[in-house]
Design a binder for this molecule. Structure first.
Ligand SMILES: Cc1cc2nc3c(=O)[nH]c(=O)nc-3n(C[C@H](O)[C@H](O)[C@H](O)COP(=O)(O)O)c2cc1C
Length: 519
């Protein structure tokens, strides 16, 4: 102890100095000039200035107004073509330009920017980030050398055209990997890696990229308690319940968490001929059933009649809207819980007790995971707003939704139906995914969609029976629903929609070839 205490500082210093340089060099990480994150205008977008100072973003025949700016902003915005370092317009920066900052934020809000990771004086992009959610903004959380990170089990690298893209259904952005060395470095993260160790590896992709990937949940941090980074370590129980393909299917077959255009876009028209409406018959003898079946006009039962009368209605009579009493009857007949019971899972002695409920429509595994949320635009006796249908208590519970979010939901339904006005009531069918995934492996999401189909037909038939009009809607925005309800998209979210109200003129309602035509 004494000897140590007495050791003069000088000696210690000398000892350090004497350490051979070679040894020091060997231990330290290679010197890396960090790449820079820049905001860049998507190459398909052009900026146009109007005489009144307003700037528009123009793309594929559409335009988005970005606001009014002073003269000269268009020139300064030119640098957005090659990329403007995010630090240059961040608050507190010496080069801060409030107008460019505003323009960039506006462009970002409309998903018109991409972000480049690369060296300033190098044309070669290392990585290009394409936002997938409307409010994505690159963030680089601090990563300590002692931290351990690993790839999310939802992350995947795939070929898109001639590019390699790194994606995850959890991520707010997609990463175009332009340098194969970076793809190789990312592949190493299939096993947990300590940042300090990663830094010493050849092809270390840099702290910035790792931080961006952590922010997008493509990588996640592992603490000592989360062990090996396998399935139970990532997210809470609600995420653990999801299979990879199911979460990917959910986010890529809905709007809100992916930037691909979706819906009836006829992407293969002109390349592949349209498949026929009716399957060509199998060869061989046929057994004719016609003589056993009455003509549709002479339907022989109430249900057969209802099935023949059912059609989609997209145009609603806002002078005589659906009433609260009609809505109550509709929900009572189609979705109300009729009875509840409990049953023990036969897993030996310690099987958990599972709750069940019965409703008017069938449901895979008797899960009844579907919840109804109503965006009410025009219903006599019920205020405009957003409601949850409590199927157990047969009651509507208001949920505070911001006006612009409610409007956005109703407008997108109007758009999806190519209708002249929003529906009187838009029912969003949301799934409590975990309820099905807790039991079913691999088929959980497919089962949920099948349940949605069953419920939609139940809605159609009841609406027809009550003289109301309805229409299924094939698209829905899972990000908007998350914003309104505050429920994370993987916990409970939209899987279907149905518009309902009083049809304008039941006789002239849209049939398959009617005004709305098939959608
Ligand atoms: C799953 C599903 C999704 C649908 N999505 C839409 C839609 O987004 N917009 C729309 O106007 N109609 C939609 N429809 C209605 C169909 O266009 C309609 O059922 C079809 O044209 C047959 O017409 P009918 O319902 O009047 O018999 C959908 C129907 C189903 C079953």
């Amino acid at each position: 102890m004494r000897a140590l205490k007495k050791a003069p500082k000088k000696v210690l210093k000398k000892a350090l100095k004497r350490t051979p340089r070679k040894t020091l060099k060997k231990k330290s990480a290679p010197r890396i000039v960090p790449p820079v994150i820049s905001a860049r205008l998507n190459s398909r977008i052009a900026l146009e200035a109007r005489a009144d100072g307003s700037i528009l973003a123009v793309f594929e025949g559409h335009s988005v107004a970005l606001g009014k700016f002073s003269a000269g902003v268009m020139d300064r915005a030119e640098s957005l073509r090659t990329g403007l370092p995010l630090t240059s317009f961040a608050a507190g920066s010496r080069n801060a330009d409030p107008e460019i900052d505003l323009l960039v934020r506006q462009l970002a809000r409309h998903g018109l920017l991409e972000y480049r990771l690369g060296h300033l004086r190098d044309d070669q992009d290392q990585v290009v980030i394409e936002p997938q959610v409307p409010d994505y903004w690159p963030r680089t959380p601090k990563l300590g050398a002692a931290e351990t990170i690993v790839l999310s089990r939802f992350a995947y690298l795939r070929r898109r055209g001639n590019e390699m893209v790194l994606e995850s259904p959890r991520a707010g952005a997609l990463f175009r990997i332009c340098d194969p060395m970076i793809a190789a470095a990312i592949a190493m993260l299939s096993k947990p890696q300590k940042i300090s160790r990663l830094r010493r590896q050849d092809g270390f992709p840099g702290n910035e990229l790792l931080a961006l990937l952590v922010d997008c949940q493509i990588l996640f941090r592992l603490d000592a308690a989360s062990g090996d980074g396998l399935r139970p370590a990532e997210g809470g129980d609600n995420l653990v319940l999801w299979d990879f393909h199911d979460l990917l299917f959910h986010t890529h077959s809905t709007e809100g968490r992916q930037a691909n255009p979706l819906g009836g876009l006829y992407p293969h028209a002109g390349v592949i001929p349209p498949p026929p409406a009716v399957r060509p018959p199998w060869p061989g003898n046929q057994i004719d059933l016609g003589e056993f079946s009455p003509a549709p006009s002479q339907a022989n039962s109430a249900v057969a009649k209802l099935l023949h009368e059912r059609h989609s209605t997209r145009d609603f009579d806002d002078q005589q809207p659906i009433t609260l009493a009609e809505l109550a009857r509709f929900l009572d007949s189609t979705a109300r819980i009729q009875s509840k019971w409990k049953s023990e899972l036969d897993f030996g002695d310690d099987g958990p007790e599972i709750e069940y409920a019965a409703r008017p429509y069938p449901s895979g595994g008797s899960a009844y995971e579907l919840e109804l949320y109503l965006a009410v635009a025009n219903c006599e006796g019920l205020a405009r707003g957003f409601y949850h249908y409590d199927a157990d208590r047969h009651a509507l519970v208001p949920i505070a939704a911001r006006t612009h979010e409610l409007d956005a939901m109703l407008t997108s339904a109007e758009f999806a139906m190519d209708a002249p006005a929003p529906p009187q009531i838009l029912i969003t069918i949301a799934a409590r995914f975990g309820r099905v995934a807790w039991k079913y492996s691999s088929i959980a999401y497919a089962l949920i969609l099948k349940d949605v189909g069953v419920l939609i037909q139940t809605f159609y038939l009841m609406a027809t029976d009550m003289g109301l009009g309805g229409c299924a809607i094939g698209s829905n925005n899972i990000d908007l629903f998350e914003k309104i309800t505050g429920i994370e998209f993987h916990v409970e979210g939209p899987v279907g929609q149905f518009a309902i109200g009083r049809g304008r003129d039941p006789e002239a309602a849209d049939g398959p070839n009617g005004p709305g035509g098939p959608h």
